[in-house]
Design a protein around this ligand. Sequence first.
Ligand SMILES: [Cu+2]
Length: 196
Amino acid sequence: MTIAGVRRRGMSSATLHERMLVGRSGAGGAGAIRGRYSGAMEIRRRIAGVVGALALLSPLTFTAAVAATPPTLELQDAWIRWVPSVVPNTALYGVLVNHGAVPVALVGGVTPAATMCKPMTTVKQDTGSPSGPVFTMEPVDALSVPAHGTLKLEPGGDHLMVMGLAAPLRLGTELELTLRFDGAAPLTVTVPVLER
Ligand SMILES: [Cu+2]
């Protein structure tokens, strides 16, 4: 079996797993629907049907998810900021999604395109000067991604600094990076270089 095949199967199981969780919270939300439309017997019957179906499905779904060991992390809408060739550093942005049931932390990364990657945050310092607050980037040991939650990497906020570029960045090209986590396996991503 190809690695791509394993990944695809893993992802579809993850999707099923997600649906289960959505289904569960949906069942909780059903109480609210019942409250608002207390006379709607049809809605009640439908909800009972859905909850029953989920109860039947759950053992199978969880077995499949464990067997295929689905990926627990993904980076959505990833991009690397294009910088002129005189600038040695750039940053990786995107939304890290944690599909797993435990929190993880982004602790760094490696890429053939640069010397090192470090998690950083942006700190606002109110200096009291008339020109307004000053924003500075500060390295941090880790940036946490909550269980079933997201971490936004964005300009002016948390990001993964990519330092010591090996060659000038070219618009329209892609860089490969491997992100490293505390609590999860490394994640290799291919990210476009964009000017934003
Ligand atoms: Cu930075």
